[in-house]
Design a protein around this ligand. Sequence first.
Ligand code: ATP
Ligand code: PH2
Length: 171
Amino acid sequence: MTAEERERSIAAYVALGSNINNREQYLQDAITALNQEPGIVVTGLSSIYETEPVGYVDQSAFLNMVVQIQTVIPAEDLLSKLLDIENRLGRKRDVRWGPRTIDLDLLLYGDKQLTTPDLIIPHPRMHERAFVLVPLSEVLYERQDAAFEFISANLEKLEGKEGVVLWKKAQ
Ligand SMILES: Nc1ncnc2c1ncn2[C@@H]1O[C@H](COP(=O)(O)OP(=O)(O)OP(=O)(O)O)[C@@H](O)[C@H]1O
Ligand SMILES: Nc1nc2c(c(=O)[nH]1)N=C(CO)CN2
């Protein structure tokens, strides 16, 4: 990315999830693929968390994390790149919320709000998913801005709620 592009780039946050072997390798490959896209630089990584499956529970545990990027790619095109990377890494779509080699969700794109048939920003289910909010708050923490306040408030609401995942940091 050129200095001029960096100057006008937007901070975006992408959630990664994998629950088919080798989960850590899929996360790594997705991060590498993101960083190799022209117009995207990876600028921050959360820890990797091992999480119990939420929603469709009859599947193996996930590894989840959140990546911060700077990008000059418009949001709709960025989503296409994410879907393209999922496909390249062998993602099959059969069971909704079912097992996946890699899932890439666009959480936030600057302060943009958008609702189209293919893309909703902020991601409509992020505020109810501890497996997203915990790693997101980790990468947002340094900024201590409005987004961080919002995420922390939602996280507090989730605490102690029945059925919410048990957390442990993956080894
Ligand atoms: N912010 C977003 N990030 C990613 N996909 C989105 C977003 N908003 C809408 N979508 C749409 O959701 C579609 C389905 O995505 P996907 O198959 O990854 O869903 P899922 O991960 O199984 O479930 P969930 O959407 O609850 O995370 C995508 O093809 C995309 O068009
Ligand atoms: N723990 C966990 N559970 C899930 C996940 C995920 O990434 N982590 N993704 C889902 C579909 O978006 C459904 N359930």
